[in-house]
Unconditional design. Structure first.
Length: 50
């Protein structure tokens, strides 16, 4: 099973960036999965979304 995780931080302050939209797309442009970061700036896309 594949998982993809990311952690988004504010470049100016280093604080977690919540509510940031993340899109995983194929080179053709087709969207594979998408979501938004949580309060800790994290997003995990698991087998159910990939």
């Amino acid at each position: 099973m594949s998982h993809l995780t990311t952690h988004v931080l504010d470049a100016a302050t280093g604080a977690p960036a919540s509510g940031v939209g993340v899109v995983l797309a194929h080179a053709s442009g087709a969207v594979i999965a998408q979501g938004a970061t949580d309060g800790d700036g994290r997003l995990a896309l698991g087998p159910d979304t990939l």
